[in-house]
Design a protein around this ligand. Structure first.
Ligand SMILES: Cc1cc2nc3c(=O)[nH]c(=O)nc-3n(C[C@H](O)[C@H](O)[C@H](O)COP(=O)(O)OP(=O)(O)OC[C@H]3O[C@@H](n4cnc5c(N)ncnc54)[C@H](O)[C@@H]3O)c2cc1C
Length: 698
């Protein structure tokens, strides 16, 4: 019977941020000022593994908790022992610090191998159980990359496990619905998206946990191939505070003001709010095409920018506009004046950088297309829009990698959306959504053509495929980017780098990341963040067929059941009224969402559509096709009304481009109140009937 290796991580407690946790100068969060706790999703994974052990009625199966971290991470191992772990392993070594996801997944995979041999005595019947993601990194990349290193099946976003016919069947979240799957072979990696039944510690278990022995491993013990900063394939180049929400977040105290705000905002046409209102940055131009030698689109620290400005103003003063004009005497002159600002080495680096005009990376800009039942995922079109922009800056082509069975007909749409070359990989084995088969096919195609940039949608599918593919082709990957720009680096003379900007630490800071030690720069971007271009049917593209080396042995998952939403929903309506778990039941959903849709449609003389949160769909209040969100549909109406919706990122990201967001919620601290334009505190039962009455009045 199965054993369980549960991965746990110690993280800063981002739910308890005090004012002094922010650096007053930079406005960024100082991690060391936050308390350390077990990553909540890992605590859920631990409880989930415990439930799996119970369901399989196996008294002898073991739960081993493994963490990689500083010596103080021992605390979360004792937490695990006091709940349900039998053995705990601490992988700790200074050399492991500063790691990105590759340099985290790699040593953890090596540690798992060692545990399998030494503790599980080579019994391969085990699951590696992980939380979906950690609150500090938020990437969800480590578990799929561990699966890739160990060549194991990977089942992500699991919400339920059922023990049937002597094996586990897992329900996982997929784009547009859910799916029941089983691993064809063990060991397997699973990531837990949500589990609401925590295990509590008893007094006796806590005492025993405090005395128990912790198995310790160091970097030398595991002999991993990628560790620490040197083994990482990405580096953080800038951390900065997130921009303030452009939403008004205005509380309204009565239903009359709410009705007035709804009607007035709907009728006023003063541009778009949210993401869509952002001004466009100037397009990057390759150095060889720029008017002046000094006209560089540099990215670097504040000091590096200042150094560069000093250097260029000096060069201008000396009348230099060609690198060949800089002789040793000129260098000395510059150094003499700029002495207090930078060292000779810095000057040499900057001058060397100025000599370079060719891009550091070569090749096309690719998007890995996602599709279901012959329909391309909207996020793919958005990414092609972004890829077009990046490729035009870099003077290269946009490629789309389209893997599946009978996918050819989708090529025309991808070309109309902005792609130049469509790389089609067709095989019967690709007809099912097993990331193990797809990752092999896509990685094979990438390493044949080597695009310089590869983008994936940060959907449940893209968030498992991208980490596996990038790990397989030894490239860095940045998850969930909200910004992708091209810049040069001021010190290193790197030209045309992809700057990947994303939120971190639960959205409390923003980080800009660059790829290193890789042939391709890879990123995932959240659906709804990039903008789709209007389709141009006159565009002409090329179809290139790629034959991957895949076989039945690559298939790791059995798909038992898929439930996807289908039907007719007009999410292009001007107004969407969505109900969440807070509406309590199906009758309330029909009554309140329905009544508000009818009265708004009459009052505003427009089409109004019903939406729902994932939780409302899972509770059976609404059909799957009405789901708004990361795994439902991204919408951008003029007016979005959220009834009893808390404001989880997976929901809000898909309404970010809405002009006006109105929230009705009974919790005065509901997170949605910080992400909307107008809100009223109250229950749906109390507010909606009054609002409907007021809207009926002239
Ligand atoms: C991979 C992945 C993909 C996901 N995709 C999506 C997605 O596409 N869409 C999506 O929505 N979610 C998605 N989720 C789930 C998401 O994280 C949240 O769990 C979900 O959005 C919560 O829905 P909710 O706000 O309706 O429920 P809850 O978070 O439970 O919030 C209910 C809210 O109702 C309020 N409330 C309670 N009673 C009342 C009342 N009587 N009147 C008014 N308010 C009341 C409460 O205060 C609370 O704020 C995804 C999660 C994962 C892991």
């Amino acid at each position: 019977m199965s054993d369980y290796i549960v991965l746990v991580k110690q993280v800063p407690d981002v739910t308890q941020i005090t004012d002094n946790a922010f650096d007053p100068k930079t406005g960024t969060l100082i991690r060391s000022r936050l308390a350390s706790v077990i990553n909540n999703l890992d605590a859920q994974a631990l409880a989930f593994a415990n439930q799996m052990r119970r369901d399989s009625s196996d008294q002898h199966s073991k739960i081993i908790a493994l963490t990689m971290g500083p010596p103080m991470a021992e605390e979360i191992l004792r937490y695990s022992l006091s709940r349900c772990a039998d053995t705990v392993v601490l992988l700790t070594d200074k050399a492991l610090g500063g790691a990105d996801t590759v340099a985290t997944a790699n040593p953890l995979a090596f540690a798992i191998r060692k545990i399998a041999v030494e503790i599980l005595k080579n019994d391969n019947d085990y699951y590696v159980v992980c939380g979906m993601q950690s609150v500090d990194g938020d990437t969800a990349q480590v578990p799929p990359q561990i699966a890739e290193e160990l060549a194991l099946p990977c089942i992500t976003y699991v919400t339920k496990a059922e023990f049937k016919n002597n094996r586990f069947e897992f329900t996982r979240i997929v784009s547009g619905g859910s799916q029941v799957v089983a691993a064809k072979k063990l060991p397997a990696v699973i990531t837990v998206a949500k589990y609401e039944y925590p295990v509590f510690a008893t007094f006796t278990a806590t005492r025993q946990a405090n005395r128990a022995e912790i198995v310790r491993q160091t970097s030398d013990d595991i002999n991993a191939s990628h560790i620490g900063v040197t083994g990482s394939k990405t580096s953080v180049i800038r951390v900065f505070p997130p921009g303030k929400s452009s939403r008004k977040c205005q509380q309204l105290s009565d239903v009359n003001s709410l009705a007035k705000a709804i009607v007035e905002n709907f009728k006023s046409d003063n541009g778009e709010s949210g993401q869509a209102g952002k001004t466009q940055a100037a397009r990057y131009i390759l150095p060889a095409k720029r008017a002046s030698l000094f006209d560089r689109s540099f990215e670097g620290t504040k000091k590096e920018q200042e150094d560069y400005d000093i250097l260029t103003s000096q060069l201008r003063e000396l009348g230099i506009n060609k690198i060949s004009q800089i002789d040793p005497a000129t260098k000395e002159k510059i150094l003499a004046t700029a002495d207090q600002h930078f060292h000779k080495k810095t000057l040499e680096d900057m001058l060397n950088g100025l000599q370079l005009t060719e891009p550091t990376f070569r090749g096309e800009v690719w998007v890995v297309a996602e599709h279901t039942d012959g329909a391309v995922h909207p996020a793919t079109f958005e990414l092609i829009g972004k890829a077009r922009d990046l490729a035009d800056s870099l003077e290269t082509k946009v490629g789309a990698c389209l893997a599946g069975c009978n996918v050819g007909p989708m090529a025309t749409e991808l070309i109309a959306a902005g792609a130049d070359n469509i790389y089609i990989i067709e095989d019967k084995l690709l007809s099912i959504s097993d990331p193990a088969v797809h990752r092999k096919a896509v990685a094979d195609c990438i390493s044949t053509y080597w695009p310089q940039i590869v983008l994936f949608a940060a959907t449940p599918w893209g968030r498992v495929l991208a980490p596996m593919v990038s790990y397989r082709v030894s490239c860095g990957l940045t998850a969930d980017c909200t910004g992708l720009d091209i810049r040069d680096s001021s010190r290193k003379g790197e030209i045309g780098l992809l700057l990947q900007t994303r939120p971190a630490l639960g959205g409390n800071v923003m980080a800009t990341i660059c790829t290193k030690n890789s042939r391709s720069q890879m990123a995932t971007a959240r659906p709804g963040v990039m903008k789709r271009l209007p389709p141009d049917q006159s565009r002409v593209g090329k179809v290139i067929r790629h034959k991957p080396k895949i076989s039945n042995e690559d298939s790791t998952l059995e798909i038992i059941k898929t439930e996807l939403g289908t039907g007719d929903v007009n999410f292009n309506a001007d107004v969407i009224v969505s109900g969440g778990r807070g509406v309590q039941n199906r009758d309330n959903y029909d009554q309140f969402v329905g009544a508000l849709c009818d009265s708004l449609s009459k009052k505003l003389e427009t089409e109004v559509e019903k939406g729902a949160s994932r939780a409302a769909v899972e509770q059976g209040f609404a059909e799957r096709m009405h789901q708004v969100g990361q795994t439902g549909t991204s919408v951008r109406p003029k007016l979005y009304i959220a009834l009893g919706i808390s404001g989880a990122i997976q929901h809000m990201i898909s309404v970010a481009n809405t002009k006006t967001i109105v929230a009705i919620n009974s919790d005065p601290n509901a997170p949605i109140f910080k992400q909307c334009d107008y809100y009223i505190v109250g229950t749906a039962e109390e507010i909606v009937p009054q609002l409907v009455e007021v809207l009926k009045e002239e």
